[in-house]
Design a binder for this molecule. Structure first.
Ligand code: PLP
Length: 224
């Protein structure tokens, strides 16, 4: 698969869903990929990327930012509170706001830094014990809490359980977003982004379908 093919499939899925062309943002998930592969995608003109580890992003993206203008970097993996400052300094968007303690930390840092990345609240739609995210039953309250802290909440994010029909989870996420007046929906990965677009995704996170299989297997953590 190539970047162009994925972009074409996204455009077709937008049309099928009766959505405006360009209404879905493609986040190219570059975690664990060698720099040469990432540079090749940058050279094709793509600028929106996703990383799931702060440490890896910090090692990789300042250098790319120095070489390429207009990079839009999204952190999509679980975020420890002690890495929140670094994450806020690095990223244009954070997709893993999932607990009150992190919300408080981000709000304090936003005050101090005078800026805050776009935030997506991660919802654990499958209610899986090992997965990050606020439980669906707690989502409305947590969204209100984040808004009360003046955090720029743009939308919701989910990672469906591997062994379940993803469309059910995308539909649930869309429902929670709609009743809370949120427009952003970060959902859909290499195997299911077309289904996510049909159900309203505004941001799809596609890694292996663009870059090929991740080389260093086993280093990507539970979020993968
Ligand atoms: C790795 C990752 C992706 C991309 O997965 P692919 O199946 O390679 O497209 C998307 N979202 C998150 C949170 C990830 O960690």
């Amino acid at each position: 698969m190539s970047l162009d093919e994925i972009k074409a499939r996204i455009a077709q899925a937008e049309t099928r869903a009766g959505r405006a062309p360009g209404s879905v943002q493609l986040i190219a998930v570059s975690k664990v990929q060698p720099d040469a592969r990432v540079a090749a995608v940058l050279d094709q003109g793509h600028r929106c990327f996703g990383e799931n580890r702060v440490q890896e992003a910090a090692g990789k993206w300042p250098g790319f930012r120095a070489r390429y203008d207009g990079i839009d970097l999204h952190l999509i993996g679980p975020l420890q509170s002690n890495k929140a400052r670094q994450a806020m300094e690095l990223a244009d968007a954070i997709h893993a706001l999932d607990r009150p303690k992190l919300a408080t930390a981000l709000a304090r840092l936003a005050q101090e830094l005078g800026r805050c990345p776009d935030l997506f609240i991660q919802v654990n739609t499958g209610e899986e014990a090992q997965k990050a995210g606020i439980l669906p039953a707690d989502a409305d309250g947590f969204i209100a809490e984040c808004r009360g802290l003046d955090l720029p909440v743009r939308g919701l994010m989910c990672i469906p359980p591997v062994d379940e029909e993803p469309a059910l989870h995308f539909a649930l996420l869309a429902k929670i977003a709609a009743r809370n007046g949120l427009n952003g929906l970060s959902m859909g990965m290499s195997g299911d982004f077309e289904s996510a677009i049909a159900l309203g995704a505004t941001h799809v996170r596609v890694g292996s379908a663009i870059f090929g299989a991740r080389v260093a297997a086993g280093t990507e953590g539970a979020a993968g």
